[in-house]
Design a protein around this ligand. Structure first.
Ligand code: RNT
Ligand code: ZN
Length: 421
């Protein structure tokens, strides 16, 4: 039996098993194919960007590891993203940071324009994919004090407000050019290592800065503003200005998207439980799916219980149109193409598993008070043959099945990455 015959046969058996539960696995794959995951550009070069040779500095985040072969130029990074996308079933998006601009000579962050991203936009257009965008409020001399939009220094604050404003224009241009709204996210690291004497002042300044950045209304068909909260970072252990409560309030009041990063909460808190809460008050949210290990360490996303729970919440709550799924991890200790591929394939897998749930049945048991059957069923679902559906989905999407994608990565490492010295 050929490999594909074996996969088709296994799928046929799985299809019947799911049908017994009232689940149409063909339909589940059809729904899955419509979900675009926003791949973060920064896994390819350890959040370095192409402005200076220094790469990531400050900003309460840190990439660790020294695996060879990181992208050094925008062309290299695009080639790497192309490689990753060729290993993923479905059509996805690229999420770019402002520090990946391609400028001739130095252009300050408050003077960036859409044209500095034209190579990215052209590339995305040719590939038929959408783009998302982020202001870069770190790795910059004007961020060295630890404060940007919440700075008490008016020159610094103004500089970053201007950066925020130009980023929305760039996002709008991307969205317009590509015909799909560009989620333009804002995250700042502002905060204190040690106990502040004034928690209020910086938050009032941050609100003022955000109001200035978002003052100009923009076409939501082109750009969707998002704000990202955080509990703590390296060097901001005691106080982060842009906390969860701060941005939740801001997003509700100003109708922006709220970005929930799965590494930005207390380690025992879960984002899966927050989705239905915040979506009771917000139209849309953005996710930064990451994996914290003891802290916001941005490990590669794996198929964990929490990842599955997040996907279940999105599907069970019928939120697929209201949740933009972005990824946010950066591991420099393993092959970066593999890191991207593992994390993204896991996200897609988690969504598939969620789409294969007999949601109506489970919710009916619950509504009838049959909590015994609910628990029994949830446990039985864990051993259903979703792997056979996943393999078949990859086969039909013309991408490598199971671990065979690794062969492509090793070939790429040999032909391309190993030559980057
Ligand atoms: C940092 C935030 C932020 C960054 C990226 C690079 O804690 O999660 O989203 O990881 O913007
Ligand atoms: Zn994030």
């Amino acid at each position: 039996m050929s490999n594909s015959e074996r996969i088709e046969k296994a799928y046929e058996a799985a299809r019947q098993r799911y049908a017994e539960l009232g689940v149409d696995s063909d339909k589940a794959m059809g729904r899955l194919a419509k979900i675009a995951i926003s791949l973060h550009c920064w896994q390819g070069d350890d959040v370095g960007g192409f402005e200076t040779s220094e790469g990531l500095t400050g900003g309460g985040i840190m990439a660790t590891g020294a695996y060879p072969g990181k992208a050094r130029t925008a062309d290299e990074l695009r080639a790497d993203v192309d490689k990753v996308m060729s290993l993923l079933p479905g059509r996805h998006r690229l999420n770019l940071h402002a520090s990946y601009a391609q400028t001739k000579g130095k252009v300050e962050r408050d003077e960036l324009e859409p044209e500095h991203f034209s190579a990215w936009i052209d590339w995305a257009k040719a590939a038929g994919i959408g783009m998302d965008f982020n202001g870069t409020f770190f790795s910059h001399p004007k961020a060295e004090s630890g404060f940007t939009l919440a700075s008490a220094n008016e020159d610094i604050r103004k500089f970053w407000v201007d950066h925020g404003m130009v980023c929305r224009k760039i996002g709008a241009a991307m969205g317009k050019e590509l015909g799909t709204p560009c989620v333009t996210n804002l995250w700042i690291a502002d905060g204190y290592k040690d106990i502040p004497a004034d928690r209020k002042g910086p938050r009032e300044r941050l609100k003022k800065s955000l109001d200035e950045i978002f003052a100009q209304s923009m076409d939501r068909a082109h750009v969707l503003d998002a704000v990202e909260a955080k509990l703590f970072g390296i060097g901001s252990e005691s106080y982060v200005v842009g906390s969860h409560e701060f941005y939740l309030g801001y997003a509700i009041e100003n109708k922006t998207l709220l970005c929930l990063d799965t590494g930005h909460f207390h380690p025992t808190e879960v984002v899966s439980d927050k989705i239905s809460s915040v979506l009771t008050f917000l139209d849309e949210i953005l996710l930064h799916v990451s994996r914290g290990v003891r802290w916001d360490s941005d490990h590669v996303v794996i198929l964990s219980d929490e990842l599955r729970a997040i996907a279940q919440e999105i599907v069970r709550g019928d939120y697929l149109d209201r949740v933009r799924i972005g990824l946010d991890f950066f591991d420099a200790s393993i092959n970066r193409i593999a890191a991207w591929t593992i994390g993204t394939r896991c996200m897609i897998k988690a969504l598939l598993i969620a789409l294969l749930e007999p949601v109506d049945k489970l919710q009916q048991m619950e509504a009838e008070g049959d909590l015994t059957s609910r628990l029994a069923m949830l446990e039985e679902l864990k051993t259903l043959p979703f792997g056979a559906v996943w393999d078949y989905y990859c086969l039909k999407s013309d991408v490598p099945v199971a671990e065979s994608w690794l062969d492509d990565v090793w070939a790429y490492e040999k032909d391309v990455l190993s030559k980057r010295r």
